[in-house]
Design a protein around this ligand. Structure first.
Ligand SMILES: Cc1cc2nc3c(=O)[nH]c(=O)nc-3n(C[C@H](O)[C@H](O)[C@H](O)COP(=O)(O)OP(=O)(O)OC[C@H]3O[C@@H](n4cnc5c(N)ncnc54)[C@H](O)[C@@H]3O)c2cc1C
Length: 415
């Protein structure tokens, strides 16, 4: 008997992880992407793998900080005037979610999704080229304020409730852990159980390569819409040609909102653009990822050099990059690591798939029995990707997933 078939749209960390887990559940998978594997947000992120990421961005204080950030051209958040009309409803919805009660609910859902990241990666990568790319290295958080590194009282409470291990650090502790850092940091926090990915692009490629060796078909093409019959999706249109499907998964990152709308679902995924610079031969580098808590970016030692990644820009999907945002990261690198050599720097921009309540969508599509959604991991997709894939495979197979997926419901914004 032939194995049941699934078509997965999107070969980022979520799509390739879903493919690998679906294969473990004996599905025959076709993975479709308009770009080469791993060229979306999964290409150029900061590579933080963070089971302890339980503090959402929709915190009460964030709203108060928003005007200041928006007015500061060097601030961590920017909205292009041309995108304001598109972005305002999203920001308004995010504001509604920034109550203490809503943020606590989000935090608990984040723990359920992020907590098992290393175990999920182990299951996917053990014995493959990808295994050496993930390291339980710990992560360092630093602030130029005396009590800034651990964040607000609420953030501390969320970590405590989730049982996340944290060590508070003094100035001299910070220096002992990362002597390369400028002596400008007044407080620090070590999260010893978090870790890093040494090359997110290679990680996605390696998982996809393993899927291919296990029989998955990888197709290059753009999915524009679907063919349906009653409550079933019968085909996906790839480069204008209808390909029949038995089951379909949308894991297309920031583009998933447009695709799920073609199936009648209204899910407010926006493209929250980020930037990185990667410095080859920086001459100086931290050993573990260091997050600048005040300026909201991450410095990650990677196989190809030192990467600084961050900034949140709402510019609309197709606006050209504003490379000034990346240039800002060069300035930050010099401030953080005196003596850093900026001779060989590459720049990149990518779209985080972000929802206004800070949580992704994971589950069956509202209007179709054989369509499934797995997207919207905003700042945490490298952490959540393998766990999303695992639970998605359970859902597609008709089994109960290992976590409560109610907070990730595709219908929580209405039908
Ligand atoms: C600057 C920055 C730093 C970050 N740092 C971290 C971090 O340190 N830790 C962390 O956990 N997360 C981090 N993230 C977030 C993380 O990168 C994303 O959440 C994650 O990569 C999303 O993965 P994805 O598979 O959902 O989407 P993507 O990687 O974007 O993949 C989606 C794929 O779908 C394809 N696609 C889209 N539309 C179509 C279509 N119509 N037809 C066919 N294919 C289509 C795209 O080509 C793409 O390959 C960061 C993000 C940014 C931007």
């Amino acid at each position: 008997m032939s194995r049941p078939r699934v078509t997965v749209i999107g070969a980022g960390i979520v799509g390739v992880s879903a493919t690998a887990w679906l294969q473990k559940s004996d599905f025959n998978v076709t993975l479709v992407d308009r770009e080469p594997v791993g060229h979306g947000a999964s290409f150029g992120n900061a590579g933080n793998v963070s089971p302890g990421a339980v503090v959402p961005y929709t915190l009460p204080g964030v709203l108060r900080a928003l005007p200041g950030w928006l007015l500061d051209p060097e601030g961590p958040l920017a909205v292009r005037p041309s995108a304001l009309f598109e972005v305002l409803p999203w920001l308004f919805a995010a504001a509604k979610n920034s109550t203490v009660e809503a943020a606590l609910k989000t935090s608990r859902a984040m723990k359920a999704l992020h907590g098992g990241t290393f175990e999920a990666y182990d299951a996917l990568t053990l014995g493959t080229d990808a295994a050496s790319l993930i390291e339980r290295s710990g992560q360092l958080y630093v602030s130029e304020k005396p009590d800034g590194a651990q964040g607000s009282q609420l953030a501390r409470m969320m970590r405590e409730e989730a049982g996340v291990k944290v060590t508070a650090l003094s100035e001299s502790d910070i220096h002992d852990i990362e002597p390369a850092l400028a002596p400008i940091f007044r407080s620090g926090m070590l999260m010893p159980d978090n870790g890093r990915c040494k090359n997110p692009h290679h990680l996605v490629q390696a998982i996809a390569g393993e899927c291919e060796r296990n029989g998955a078909t990888i197709v290059r093409g753009t999915v524009s819409c679907f063919e349906t019959n009653g409550k079933r999706v019968t085909g996906v249109v790839v480069d204008g040609k209808v390909e029949p499907v038995e089951r379909v998964v949308i894991a297309a990152g920031a583009a998933s909102g447009k695709l799920s709308a073609k199936l009648g679902a209204r899910i407010p995924v926006t493209a929250e653009r980020g930037y990185h610079i990667t410095i080859e031969d920086p001459g100086v580098a931290p050993r573990i990822p260091v997050s600048h808590v005040d300026a909201k970016f991450v410095c990650s030692p990677m196989n190809m050099g030192l990467r600084l990644a961050g900034t949140a820009e709402f510019a609309g999907f197709d606006a050209p990059p504003n490379w000034k945002r990346a240039a800002l990261l060069e300035k930050q690198a010099q401030r953080m690591f005196p003596g850093v050599k900026l001779n060989k720097v590459t720049r990149w921009t990518g779209n985080r798939p972000s929802l206004p309540d800070g949580l992704p969508v994971l589950g069956r599509a509202p209007n179709y029995d054989n369509a499934f959604f797995a997207f919207g991991n905003s700042h945490f997709g490298i952490t959540a990707g393998p766990v999303m894939g695992k639970h998605l495979a359970e859902i597609v197979a008709g089994r109960k997933p290992g976590i409560d997926i109610t907070p990730f419901s595709p219908t929580r914004f209405g039908r």
